[in-house]
Design a protein around this ligand. Structure first.
Ligand SMILES: O=C(O)COP(=O)(O)O
Ligand SMILES: [Mg+2]
Length: 226
């Protein structure tokens, strides 16, 4: 494998969003063995960049569910936030929805608190050109033209690697698209059933312990990268 693409919330973090130490150690080990880590998240770019610096990842970044990427020192906004804004205005006229904090820094999509079930939101927005994800941390209204998979492909291109040579690890429905394009698909034990069904490997452990388990078992195997 030439790179590791990993989701953040619910994958390398626990349900309270605290970073897992075993996952941190495994990602650092990967980098030390020359295998770059790519963070692929629904979070905003500033958060993703801060996480990358603190963890020590050297791969590109996919933020806002693919709406924003950062690679080769360049930020690219790929999602059209106007689609989400139209959908959000309509939704607000029907239900008590509210944007999550720091929304002013979200440039390609809108994320709201989980106060209304996703299916009710999808029904209310059925005539809108919008994708709706429930990540278990927030509900995201995104531009359907971009997703974590289409944007991971662009970052991989910038890094000079094929997505076939990437192991992807995730926990929820907004990860389906980037697992789909990866050569090795891993779902952590707490992942949505859909992810587990499509995964090549489902970890026995949850959250970051699962990430460490998968990398030890599938990639490191005693020190060198397979
Ligand atoms: O931002 C969210 O709601 C979830 O973030 P994630 O894609 O890193 O799990
Ligand atoms: Mg997640």
């Amino acid at each position: 494998m030439k790179a590791i693409a990993v989701d953040i919330d619910g994958t390398i973090t626990d349900p309270t969003r605290k970073l897992s130490i075993p996952a941190l150690k495994a990602l650092r080990k990967s980098e030390s063995l020359g295998v770059p880590v790519i963070l692929v998240t629904g979070n905003i770019l500033c958060f993703t960049r801060a996480a990358s610096v603190l963890i020590g990842t050297s791969g590109g970044l996919v933020a806002e569910n693919g709406g924003v990427i950062y690679s080769n020192e360049k930020v690219k906004v790929l999602g059209d936030i106007k689609k989400a804004e139209k959908a959000y205005e309509h939704l607000r006229s029907l239900y008590p929805v509210e944007k999550v904090q720091f929304s002013e820094f979200r440039v390609s999509e809108i994320a709201i608190w989980r106060t209304v079930p996703k299916d009710v939101i999808k029904e209310a927005l059925r005539d809108f050109d919008i994708e709706v994800y429930d990540t278990k941390f927030a509900i995201h209204l995104t531009d359907p033209r971009v997703n974590k998979g289409s944007s991971l492909k662009l970052v991989a291109e910038d890094m000079g690697i094929k997505t076939d040579d990437i192991i992807a690890i995730g926990d929820s429905e907004n990860d389906i698209d980037f697992l789909k394009v990866a050569g090795l698909k891993v779902a952590v034990a707490n992942a949505d059933p859909q992810l587990k069904k499509m995964a090549d490997y489902v970890t026995t452990k949850k959250y970051g312990d699962g990430v460490a388990e998968a990398l030890e078992k599938l990639i490191f195997r005693g020190g060198e990268i397979v």
